[in-house]
Design a protein around this ligand. Structure first.
Ligand code: ADP
Ligand code: ASP
Ligand code: MG
Length: 435
């Protein structure tokens, strides 16, 4: 069994003691128990702030070495608390567990985990208290997995150890139809399909890091999201099957973590997009929504969104590319948000996007950019209107009342409504296309 406790669950000394109680109880039921911890709430931000005080653009390797300490503190503290209760426990860092990653500092991806050290501790009867969020590259450098990365550590460990399940303990009861901190009408879901959770996570529902859902789906590892502060069974994230009621829209997600970059008047000819995005791809920067305007006198404008954290580097790389292309101005808009609706029922339903646009229109929300996938529609809007937009969409698709059932399929839509086999290759191809 793998359990993960997030930042707020280990946010204070008292809370770590509470987690120790939960773990002690779980150990009776699950003799082979691995517990993954995040840094204490606010600690990662505090450490990033310290790095920022040392240099305007802190060295990435040393920044990872610094922020990785947050998880080491909470892992050791929890192990101390467990031992004090007579529960045999040992803390282990990413390098101690041989969590191998690539060398992309601050956004590394796990390549492999050597389970032998963990197995030895489990065989000795110890609870393994693992640091989330960190690993080691081929050169032995400490790396971190991106914000929220402890979720991914937990699922990766669960997969490597062939665990029965991975439980993610957090500060809300489970996965809701919208962020419960923004939308008071949001309802907790009992179950959600991997695919829907992945789209919600990618659309900003950061209750789970997107990569953790992708890993869970590829390894068919059931994940339960639940609260550290309640006995509620939480939300099961699992493979799509007939037990999951088909709804047109499962949830509304929003994301305030992106900025919009617009490059004006670049030539409209083959190779321009390639030049524009080559540098960003090399730097490992993820592009999300991209819009290219109709061209006029052989010149065109391109807009796209990237994570705020990548803003400075993106601006630099894009200015360089724009110069190379003899393009015009580069503009950066920091006050955008993305709002998305997600649901597998969309495959079999026509008119869902139109209904979303109508709801936003009636709420007086202007749409700046639109993008869709098979089971998601995303609109870029002004940051100031995000709360209004989420509430309007939540009401429109009746999510407060269990959601609109996906029944009335159109003849054309019926053709694609059969669940398709989900293979690793398909997921990779689909995600690759989107980025
Ligand atoms: P942890 O520190 O435990 O990893 P996070 O802050 O990363 O916790 O994730 C939990 C938070 O995710 C919740 O407090 C909530 O505000 C936010 N959240 C956003 N969207 C959703 C959603 N659809 N369902 C539940 N929580 C959500
Ligand atoms: N501590 C890291 C963060 O704040 C990882 C995590 O909490 O999952 O992003
Ligand atoms: Mg988190």
């Amino acid at each position: 069994m793998v359990q993960k406790f997030g930042g707020s669950s280990v946010g204070t000394v008292e809370r770590i003691k509470h987690v120790a109680e939960l773990v002690a109880k779980a150990k009776v039921q699950h003799p082979h128990l691995v517990v993954v911890v995040s840094a204490m709430r606010g600690e990662t931000d505090r450490l990033l702030g310290l790095a920022g005080q040392m240099a305007p653009r802190p060295d990435p390797r040393e920044t990872d070495a610094l922020v990785a300490t947050g998880e080491q503190v909470s892992a050791a503290m929890l192990a101390i608390a467990l031992r004090d209760r007579g529960v045999p426990a040992v803390s282990m860092s990413g390098p101690q567990m041989l969590v191998r990653t690539d060398g992309m500092f601050s956004r590394a991806r796990i390549k492999s985990i050597d389970r032998s050290a963990i197995d030895r501790a489990l065989m000795r009867g110890q609870v393994v208290v693992a640091t989330g969020f960190q690993g080691m590259d081929d050169e032995g450098n400490l790396t971190t997995l991106g914000r929220g990365g402890s979720d991914t550590s937990a699922v990766a460990l669960a997969a490597a150890l062939h665990a029965a399940r991975c439980d993610i303990y957090t500060d809300v009861l489970g996965v809701y139809t919208a962020d419960p901190n923004l939308c008071p009408d949001a309802k907790k879901l009992d179950v959600i399909a991997f695919e829907e959770m992945m789209e919600m996570a990618s659309a900003g529902s950061k209750v789970l890091q997107i990569r953790s859902v992708e890993l869970a789906m590829n390894h068919n590892m059931p994940v339960r999201v639940r609260s550290t502060f309640s006995d509620d069974p939480g939300t099961l994230v699992t493979a799509d099957d007939e037990h999951i009621e088909r709804l047109v829209v499962r949830g509304v997600s929003h994301d305030n973590g992106d900025i919009k970059v617009t490059v004006r008047r670049i030539p409209d000819r083959p190779g321009v997009a390639a030049t524009l995005f080559r540098g960003l791809s090399k730097a490992g920067i993820n592009i999300d929504v991209i819009v290219q305007n109709a061209s006029e006198d052989g010149k065109t404008d391109v807009s796209f969104t990237v994570a705020k954290a990548d803003a400075a580097q993106t601006e630099e790389l894009v200015r360089e590319a724009a110069r190379e292309l003899q393009g015009g101005n580069v503009e950066v808009d920091h006050s955008i948000s993305k709002v998305s609706i997600v649901g597998v029922g969309m495959r079999a339903h026509a008119g869902v996007a139109a209904e979303m646009f109508q709801a936003l229109h009636e709420a007086g929300v202007n749409i700046a950019m639109i993008t869709t996938s098979e089971i998601k529609v995303t609109c870029v809007i002004a940051r100031a209107q995000v709360e209004k937009a989420v509430k309007a969409l939540h009401a429109r698709f009746e999510l407060h009342a269990g959601g609109k059932k996906a029944t009335s399929t159109t003849p054309a839509a019926k053709k694609v409504s059969k669940p398709k086999p989900k293979t690793k290759a398909k997921v990779a191809a689909r995600r690759g296309k989107k980025r």
